[in-house]
Design a protein around this ligand. Structure first.
Ligand SMILES: [Zn+2]
Length: 342
């Protein structure tokens, strides 16, 4: 069996910086035609200079691959309308982190005071800049996302023209919120479609499956699968592929993040095939994102076949999901249409 995907997009990706960037950027840039790149570097990306410099480092790290890094800024409540207007030509969205909720988010937002946020969010809404949110409270780890849903709803109802993307949703509560507000959208990761908390901590602890938000219950995974496999028009694939060196994962104080970029498309094909939904994968990994973000991606055609892929134990210092195992689908061909072919 064979499946052709046109211009697959990863709408939530961590590329990091320096050596790690050099290792992981080509692994996304081979099979994806573009990705929304997260800004949680140290220090976070908050200025035009930092954003353009980071974009340049990404472009140099991907080598000959045809790939568009869609750049984001780290949300600050004091971005002025003038500043945002001046950034509109270089950024695709702005990412909001509650303070301290995940890797390098210490400078994030510590409260959701609507009056404090109004000037920046109104300007984003007027300028058509989507707001991506890591939606977790600082409550009990299994309840953090559900506790955050009222914040999503408050923002969605106060700024009805602002596109709000609930990033890497993991619960049935978030799935329900999707259909309640026209301006709420969501990304879903590969790993949250595949695993539950049982896979992380039900037996021996699996550090390479430990991430934030933490994987949840079976009924949550089922709700995520339902909207992803049916290519619900408001959900997009966002891997949240988040590399850490092996010694930061296999350590007391394991860093949060699952590295999935190089296996994402074959593993998604395997999942969609298993549920007899291969026809919906194109919408989930590209068409929905193009429509929601209004982007016109590079043309890249990826052919997947149901022949096994052996997943390496490591990519340089990074251990991927399913390291050393075999999955049922693989990539057989990638063709890029360069502008001279048109
Ligand atoms: Zn992330």
């Amino acid at each position: 069996m064979e499946l052709q995907l046109q211009s697959p997009l990863d709408m939530h990706l961590h590329l990091r910086d320096e050596e790690m960037l050099t290792t992981v950027a080509p692994l996304s840039a081979q099979s994806f035609c573009g990705a929304i790149v997260m800004p949680n570097l140290l220090p976070p990306v908050t200025t035009r200079e930092a954003l353009l410099a980071y974009k340049e480092r990404i472009v140099s790290a991907i080598g000959d691959n045809q790939f568009t890094p869609y750049m984001t800024l780290f949300f600050k409540p004091d971005y002025s309308r003038e500043f945002l207007e001046s950034m509109a030509d270089v950024l695709t969205s702005i990412k909001l982190y509650p303070a301290g909720i995940t890797t390098n988010s210490e400078g994030g937002l510590s409260g959701f005071d609507i009056d404090e946020l109004r000037p920046t969010l109104s300007a984003m809404s007027d300028l058509g800049i989507p707001l991506c949110i890591h939606g977790e409270s600082n409550g009990f780890v299994m309840d953090r996302e559900a506790e955050f849903v009222p914040v999503y709803e408050m923002l969605a109802s106060n700024f009805p023209e602002l596109k709000i993307i609930m990033e890497h949703i993991t619960t049935q509560d978030s799935v329900k919120a999707l259909d309640k507000y026209d301006n709420l959208y969501a990304t879903i990761t590969l790993h949250h479609l595949l695993i539950t908390l049982d896979d992380v901590a039900g037996g021996m602890l699996q550090p390479h499956l430990f991430c934030k938000p933490i994987a949840k219950r079976y009924e949550d995974r089922e709700a995520l699968q339902r909207v992803a496999l049916s290519a619900h028009p408001k959900v997009m694939f966002g891997s949240d592929s988040a590399p850490h060196p092996q010694d930061a994962k296999e350590a007391p104080g394991c860093a949060a993040g699952v590295f999935t970029a190089p296996i994402a498309l074959p593993a998604l094909a395997e999942l969609f095939d298993k549920h007899d939904k291969l026809d919906n994968l194109q919408a989930f990994v590209s068409d929905n994102a193009r429509r929601i973000y209004g982007v016109e991606p590079l043309q890249k055609s990826v052919t997947l076949v149901n022949e096994p892929m052996s997943i390496p134990a490591k990519y340089d210092t990074v251990v991927p999901m399913y390291a050393g195992q075999t999955i049922g689908w693989s990539i057989s061909d990638i063709t890029t249409k360069s502008s001279s072919d048109e």
